[in-house]
Design a protein around this ligand. Structure first.
Ligand code: PLP
Length: 397
């Protein structure tokens, strides 16, 4: 056992399950019943699924029939992007372009790349500014080069690395002028900033259970009933014929309980985490004066420019991975925020798109705060960061 209590500051990777979700999930683990079966056990399972669907619909302000359960955010993103592309192209073979920001998660970028390689799609990755924000005018210009060729637009609600919140309302407004469907990956936004599906006007929105205090391996694509999607998984057609597979009833119950609570507590949590975030940034700045804060500045009073729990920092002269391991040895868990390919640290595509050099990108760490975070967690980082930075710099010298 580790004698040092862990300081867990990687909530954007996954956050601990909340007691309400554990309770909802465990209540059903021992029960038998396939939600598609007609007998009493099946009907009981179906009832739990449909009640969960209603809970999610209330929390996200969509209709219950608009919730398509998936195995998580990655599947929801793949279903939205490939499903929209194929159905829109079937409606008009000229619709071959998909527009996205250059800072999307790999669960969006990789299906886009795949469609380009195998399905004749043209992908336009739109630039972002130095804070990681899409320019709505850039989007408009990209559409207007040839509006009829745009199959779909996908813009994440909030970035998982630097926490920048995107101007979704404006994206929807511009897309609507041309009748183009919009998908948003809201995996990092739910429970962190206000998200209202109906009011947002998006056509499809991805959610993941384990980012909001629910179980891993479950999520949903919320998709307007009027929107046609081509199915990716074929089989029993359990979810609106657009997604097949026996539903994971306990996980769905836990997922719904977590989203319900996360949405209910969003404003309070955001207020508490913003204070912790500012304490962390100020403390690290005192300890390491040349540290650079990446992403949007603290944000407006409503905290909508930046996720309240996100602190993304570059430490000049350090490798983020070394720093991560030095902090880990002291019981502090965080992330570089970017992918590691075959053990070789890759500079983050997000920071590169924001105009940073590869070295700057590789010198970064993401601390993400969540519902279990405390002042003591923040103070532990502030106490540990200067000696760790010193050692990481010495290692590179
Ligand atoms: N989209 C974003 C923005 C994410 O942060 C993540 C998780 O890292 C995903 C999608 C993938 O979600 P899941 O882990 O549920 O597949």
């Amino acid at each position: 056992m580790n004698a040092v209590p862990t300081v867990y500051l990687d909530h954007a990777a996954t956050t601990p399950m909340v007691p309400a979700a554990i309770e909802a999930m465990t209540a059903h683990l021992g029960a038998v019943g396939n939600a598609s079966s007609l007998h009493a056990s099946g009907r009981r399972a179906r009832r739990i699924v449909e009640e969960s669907r209603e809970t999610l619909a209330q929390a996200l302000n969509c209709r219950p029939g608009e919730v398509v359960f998936t195995s998580g955010g990655t599947e929801a993103d793949n279903l939205a992007i490939k499903g929209l592309y194929w159905s829109r192209r079937a409606g008009d073979p000229r619709r071959l372009r998909i527009l996205a920001t250059a800072v999307e998660h790999h669960a969006v970028l990789d299906p886009l790349e795949w469609l380009e390689e195998h399905e004749g799609a043209g992908i336009n990755l739109l630039p972002v500014d130095g804070e990681g924000r899409l320019s709505p005018e850039g989007l408009r210009a990209a559409i207007e080069t040839e509006p009829v060729s745009v199959a779909a637009i996908t813009v994440m609600w909030a970035n998982n690395e630097v926490g920048t919140v995107q101007p979704i309302e404006e994206v929807v407004r511009i897309a609507a002028e041309h009748g183009i469907p919009v998908h948003t990956d809201a995996v990092q936004a739910i429970g962190a900033v206000p998200v209202d599906f109906a009011a947002s006007g998006v056509d499809a929105l991805s959610v993941s259970g384990h980012k909001v205090g629910g179980p891993q391996g479950v999520g949903a694509l919320v998709v307007r009933r009027e929107v046609d999607l081509t199915a990716l998984l074929h089989g029993g057609g359990q979810e609106r014929d657009v997604r097949s597979g026996t539903l994971d009833v306990p996980a769905i119950a836990g997922f719904a309980a977590a989203v319900e609570l996360a949405v209910k507590q969003q404003a309070d949590l955001a207020a508490r985490l913003s204070v912790l975030r500012e304490r962390l940034v100020a403390g690290v700045r005192r300890a390491v004066p040349d540290v650079v804060l990446n992403g949007a500045s603290a944000g407006s009073a409503s905290g909508v420019d930046r996720l309240p729990g996100n602190v993304h920092l570059s430490f000049p002269g350090c490798e983020g991975d070394s720093l991560l391991m030095l902090l880990d040895a002291r019981g502090i868990e965080c992330s570089t925020g970017s992918a590691c390919s075959a053990g070789v640290p890759q500079p983050s595509h997000v920071l590169l798109a924001m105009g940073r050099s590869a070295a700057e990108a590789r010198s970064s760490l993401r601390f993400s705060l969540g519902h279990t975070s405390t002042e003591a967690d923040v103070d532990a980082v502030v106490a540990a960061i200067a000696p760790c930075v010193e050692r990481a710099r010495a290692a590179r010298a």
